[in-house]
Design a protein around this ligand. Structure first.
Ligand SMILES: N[C@@H](Cc1c[nH]c[nH+]1)C(=O)O
Length: 382
């Protein structure tokens, strides 16, 4: 095997793609700032225990592990920045007020999350800490949809779900509570026969409620059906009301659907959750939701909600970026030429100097103007 081959689902990003990713990263971070989100940069790797705090087994399977030569302890490469940012909020900032944080950086996955997914997503996201009310969830949802609009996606489907529904169903059934992780897995994969088998161990009413969940998907009217079937279970009506409010908030920004079994994620979520889909990709491009207990696991209880997405995936789906306009200039040491070039670059123009012998090279830019010597002056010509 040639030694320059890259591992499966790991790839170089070439100039035109890199430009799309970087332009989008900058636009999104600038946009997050308009809402008051401050940028944080958590480390690429940490001790494993800290990365696993508050998250489930699937996070453990996703994380690449290595041994720290300084401490002898096991470290992990981050697979998701959300819990890192929760740690920053809980430990480092120590604020009681509302804190809005955002981040962008590479994460690594031991296995790709989807069929063609990269194992090195560039994760970007925003999180709000310190507000338990639905207003924070609504802001996060709005920001997620605004981000997709900014990336040029016109048609977005917003899929809503609520962990509270499952948790309320199993709250009064000790046997079911012991199988929570399994229930999550069966519901996520809509494995109805598996679910039916497991439910035989629970009280009949628990089983019936759980078996109703995979069928509860479709438009917002699903909330009515869910209310009729499960509304009497303590806690369920409130969760459904929350989803209804969030569905209304989305307004015209997205087509809202509800899927009571779409509990995919790292299993730290505790309330309303959402996923956003765009044309051309079966996997969700955005995932988010409430996760109030992660801060607690870091020693400071802080309500939390947020969203994240993969810039590589988004950039890949975005329409091809136009080639950027640029100006050609000859190579030279003439002071007047250098001054002219500096002045143009100050104005934000891309000026590319032709190196000797490369007058006919092709490049990534659309050079529609040139700096030329005419009548004793360096001037700009079309
Ligand atoms: N980081 C989560 C999504 C999320 C961000 N904040 C809350 N939830 C994921 O990748 O699935």
């Amino acid at each position: 095997m040639p030694n320059w081959l890259l591992p499966e689902n790991i790839a170089d990003v070439l100039p035109s793609e890199a430009r799309k990713i970087e332009d989008l990263r900058r636009a999104l971070l600038d946009h997050f700032r308009l809402y008051g989100y401050e940028l944080v940069m958590p480390p690429m790797l940490e001790y494993l225990e800290s990365l696993l705090t508050g998250a489930g087994k699937d996070m453990d399977l996703r994380i690449f592990k290595l041994v720290d030569q300084l401490s002898g302890r096991t470290m992990g490469v981050r697979a998701d920045m959300t819990t890192q940012v929760a740690r920053i909020d809980a430990h480092l900032l120590n604020r009681d007020s509302v804190t809005r944080l955002c981040y962008a950086g590479s994460v690594l996955h031991t296995r790709p999350s989807g069929f063609h997914s990269t194992r090195e997503p560039v994760q970007i996201g925003a999180e709000i800490y310190g507000h338990a009310g639905l207003e924070a969830d609504a802001e996060i949802q709005e920001l997620a949809l605004a981000s997709l609009a900014l990336a040029g996606f016109g048609e977005v489907r917003l899929d809503l779900c609520h962990v509270g529904v499952l948790r309320s169903i199993i709250a009064g059934d000790e046997a079911a509570r012991r199988h929570e992780a399994e229930l999550f897995a069966l519901l996520e994969s809509k494995d109805v026969p598996g679910l039916r088998g497991l439910c035989r161990n629970f009280a009949p009413e628990t089983g019936a409620a759980l078996l109703a969940l995979p069928g509860l998907y479709g438009g917002v009217e699903v909330l009515e059906r869910a209310r009729a079937l499960l509304g009497a279970i303590p806690g369920v009506a409130r969760a459904l009301d929350e989803l209804e409010t969030l569905a209304r908030q989305a307004g015209a920004a997205a087509t809202v659907t509800v899927d009571m079994a779409d509990l995919r994620g790292y299993h730290y979520h505790s309330g309303a959750m959402f996923a956003a889909y765009v044309a051309g990709l079966p996997n969700a491009v955005v995932r988010g939701g409430r996760y109030d207990h992660v801060g607690e696991a870091f020693g400071r209880s802080r309500p939390a909600t947020g969203f994240s997405m993969d810039l590589r995936e988004l950039a890949r789906l975005m329409p091809g970026a136009e080639r950027k306009r640029a100006i050609r200039a000859p190579w030279g040491t003439d002071a007047a030429l250098r001054e002219k070039i500096t002045e143009l670059r100050k104005q934000g123009e891309v000026v590319i100097q032709t190196l000797p012998g490369h007058e006919n090279d092709q490049d990534e830019f659309d050079c529609d103007r040139a700096v030329v010597w005419e009548n004793g002056n360096w001037i700009l010509k079309n």
